[in-house]
Every structure is written in C-alpha cells, then in structure tokens.
Design a protein around this ligand. Structure first.
Ligand code: SIN
Length: 489
C-alpha cells in the first residue's frame, strides 16, 4: 500500500547538515517496511566525512545559539511542538510504516513526543542559577547553569519520534547544539522531525542529522567519540553498546546519558486487585508489541491469585488482534526485523524445553508475514530460562509463581539490570516496603503506564545512568559554573 501523506515532502532522503539537505554520500541505505520488507525510500549511508561535517556545523553554531535569550529559544521549541502536533497524522503514518506499530500507537507516539518538546520548551525559561550566601566578608557567590556544548544523540528504532524528542528538546532548551544519528531501521521519522524543527526556526547548524546503516554507524559515531568538541553523548539502546560508548568517551571525558537494556519484573501479590493487574500488564507488556525497554520481562505472581491471573491474562492475550500497522483493528504489528523474531522464537523454545507451558500464542504467524509473532503467555517460567536473563523485546509474558514477599523481591532484583519494575498490591505497608527494596530507576505501583514528560526516566545498575524527561532530564545538558566575586567591601 503506498504511503500517502498530506505533506509528501515530510519523507526526506537526505542528511541535514548546517541548515542544508544534502544527499551525499552517493551510497544509499534502503528503509523498509518491517511488515513486508518493501523499500519505502532510501537515505544516505553516511560515513566519517558526513559525521565530521555535521560536527563542524554544530560546533560553529554553538556560540550564537547559547546566547539566544532563553525566551526566544523557548518560542522556537514551542513552534516545533505546534508543527509536530499539526502533522500528527502524517508523522503517525510514517512511524507505523517504518517501525511497524499500529497506526493508533504511531499517532499516540507523536503526541508523546510532542509532550517532551512542549515541556522542555517551557522549561528553557526556568534554568535558574543560585545565589550562595558567602562564608567570607566582601564576596558574592553564584552558581550558574550553562549548556555543556555539542551533544551527540544516538537514538533507537522502537520510538523513532519520542526518543529523538526527549533528547533534542532538552538539548535545544539548554542552549546546546546537536549532531544526531537515528536508528538505521527508522530514520524517516527523525528526518521529518528535523524538517519541522527547521520550519519552526531552529537556526542552521544547531541541529544536524546524518543517517547510516548498521555497518557504517561505528564510522560515524567514532568521529564524535574521538572529537573533544563533542561534550555529551546521549544514547538509548543496548547495554553492550552503552558500555562501549562509556569506554570510548573516557579519553575526552564526555558527559553521558545512557538509557540501556531492561529486564523489568512485574509482581502481583495476593492482595492485589487482579483485574487491575491484568490491565496493567496488558498496557505495559504489549505496548509496541513488547518492544520497549521498560516493558515487563518477568512476571511473578503469588500462589493465591496465580491461576485466576494466568487464566484472565491468557484470555486477554489470545484476543489481541495481530496484523499490519495500516489495519485500524491491529493491536500488535510486525516485529522490527527477522533478528527480533528469531530472538523471541529462541526464548519461547528455550522456555518450553526447560518446562514452561504455553497458555497463549507461542508461535510465529507466517500467514501474516515473516516478522509476525503471536502474543504469548507462558507459565512455569524460572531463572534458568533465557527469557528470565535476557531482554526478549517482544510480546512474551513468562509467569513465575512465588510464595513470599522476600522470595519475589530476591527474584526481581536478581538481574544486572534496573530500569523499570512494577507491582500490584493494596497493602499500604507492603507498597512502601517493596517500592524501597526494588533495585530500579522507575517503579510503577498499581500502574502499568509510567512514562511521562514530567517524570525522570532512567535506570540503575547496567540499565545505565542519566535521566530523560523532567528537570533532571534538562540538568543532564547543563553544567554548573561557580562564580566568586571578591573585593566587595
Ligand atoms: C523505551 O523503551 O526506550 C522508552 C519507553 C518509554 O518512553 O516509555
């Protein structure tokens, strides 16, 4: 089916460097529909040359952009937000087509992305510093907040609009300039957002974007890692890549925000409202077909409610409609690529071989296409299984029965990751005990939808560091300058 947009020019096939759309290099990267493998369009398969040109532009633009009054920067960001919302339908279609999420979710993601742009636009005018009472006579002491400089943003494919928005909006609000490399699977949404940023009045050189294939990405990113002019890296993606970026940034001591892998536990206690817990799991687990860093990867259910919960959940999951993103009835679309489906299949087969039972799904859906996998519920999952140790990143909910709170907490924290954790209970003492004990950056209590622009999103342990969203998400693009003036008496 052709991709018909009200504004067909939102589909860009070029890099954006120093305020110009540039089709170089000649090497091209095909952007495909994950449902069919059909090419949507081609974008540049960039290398070191383009990465350096983007960085030169961002570096040259920084001195002027940081001096633009905060109110003016805020107005530009606000216009960007308005344009994103005005093109919600087109952008939603673009997201669905290149990423595979159902159209309603694609449009929802545009609103989610815009919420970050709006929030950071408003926050641009509130980057107040401090006046510090001086401990010695004749002095005045201040702490000012300054932009860190050029930021390199490396973004993932699972939320092609929202992740760009929550990295670039705070950078622009802070007065930083940006070089960006969007995910190789989903560059089109990012390019469309950059076009709208240009139309909103972001000056030339302030925001630059280069596209590259998986193979060429290290060439692009290495230029930014090695160059001391890049003062911050913000990355969402896998823990191994995050560790690599941290090691490679050490020589120039760049500031880092790393939003890495998760292995979220979802605990249902005997005293939970079981129906609310099923609703929460459906929302958290099956959003974007389970392709989110915060989605529950391990579900622990206490013995007293296990059977009821499992049966209700399996019925809801079996009723999910799987189909192409373009079908308005679809609730789960294709997975992003063949590798993703292979991993899901491997996890389910491994769990079944080790004794898990399939309560729903558990298979590919070849009648729909090679990248479809049925939403799945497993029972009898345990810590030996791959699905308990690795992030499945797909629509699989493995259930494990437990008896005591201590046992659930021990199992929940038994992972090197610590991004999100969820639990359902109606006992107020337990609620605070468990929330305190969970080793994760985000905790959802009786709530499956925890993300919001005003909240700090990020992990502990090997899920990374730094926060996105909220004032903490702006702080990550600023440093503190202490100024001491003497001889005042
Ligand atoms: C992610 O999966 O990386 C982001 C999810 C969210 O923002 O809720």
């Amino acid at each position: 089916m052709p991709l018909t947009l009200t504004r067909p020019d939102l589909i860009r096939s070029a890099n954006f460097i120093a305020g110009q759309w540039s089709a170089t290099p000649a090497a091209r990267l095909a952007v495909t529909d994950p449902a069919t493998g059909a090419t949507i369009t081609e974008v540049p398969d960039s290398g070191a040359l383009e990465a350096r040109a983007a960085l030169d532009a961002a570096h040259a633009a920084f001195p002027a952009w940081r001096k633009v009054p905060a109110k003016q920067r805020a107005a530009i960001i606000k216009r960007w937000n308005d344009l994103v919302l005005a093109h919600q339908d087109d952008l939603g279609k673009l997201i669905s087509r290149e990423q595979g999420k159902p159209l309603a979710e694609g449009k929802g993601e545009v609103a989610y992305a815009a919420s970050y742009i709006e929030w950071f636009g408003e926050e641009a005018t509130r980057m107040n510093g401090e006046i510090i009472p001086a401990p010695l006579p004749g002095r005045r002491m201040f702490a000012l907040r300054e932009p860190v400089g050029v930021v390199a943003a490396i973004t993932p494919w699972n939320f092609p609009a929202a992740m760009i928005a929550r990295k670039i909006a705070p950078a622009l609000a802070a007065g930083c300039t940006v070089v960006c490399k969007p995910a190789e699977d989903t560059p089109l949404t990012s390019l469309a957002l950059v076009l709208l940023a240009q139309e909103a009045g972001v000056p030339a050189g302030v925001l630059n974007i280069v596209t590259a294939s998986r193979e060429k990405t290290p060439e692009v990113v290495d230029v930014w890692l090695d160059d001391a002019r890049v003062r911050k890296i913000t990355f969402t993606g896998s823990t191994p890549v995050g560790k690599h970026l941290a090691r490679r940034s050490a020589d120039t001591l760049k500031k880092l925000s790393l939003e890495l892998g998760g292995n979220a536990p979802f605990i249902v206690f005997d005293d939970a409202d079981v129906d609310a817990a099923v609703d929460g799991l459906m929302a958290a687990k099956f959003r974007n077909g389970g392709q989110t860093c915060v989605c529950p990867n391990r579900v622990f259910v206490q013995r007293g409610v296990f059977d009821t919960f499992a049966q209700k959940l399996a019925a809801r999951v079996a009723a999910l409609k799987v189909g192409p993103a373009s079908d308005p009835a679809s609730q789960i679309g294709p997975m992003i690529n063949d590798r993703a489906v292979e991993k899901i299949e491997r996890h389910v087969q491994d769990a079944v071989a080790k004794g898990a039972k399939v309560l729903a799904g558990g298979k590919r859906l070849p009648e729909l296409g090679a990248t479809y996998y049925a939403p799945t519920v497993l029972s009898g999952a345990d810590a030996r299984m791959a699905c308990a140790c690795e992030e499945t990143f797909g629509p699989v909910a493995p259930l494990t029965m437990f008896d005591s709170e201590d046992e659930a907490l021990q199992a929940a924290n038994d992972t090197p990751f610590g991004l999100a954790a969820y639990f359902y209970s109606q006992d107020v003492r337990r609620i605070w005990r468990v929330a305190d004990a969970l080793e994760s950056g985000i905790v959802g209590i009786n709530e499956g939808a925890i993300s919001a622009e005003a909240a700090p999103f990020g992990g502990v342990k090997e899920s990374g560091y730094g926060r996105e969203g909220s004032t903490h998400g702006l702080d990550d693009y600023l440093h503190t300058k202490y100024i001491c003036q003497g001889q005042l008496d």
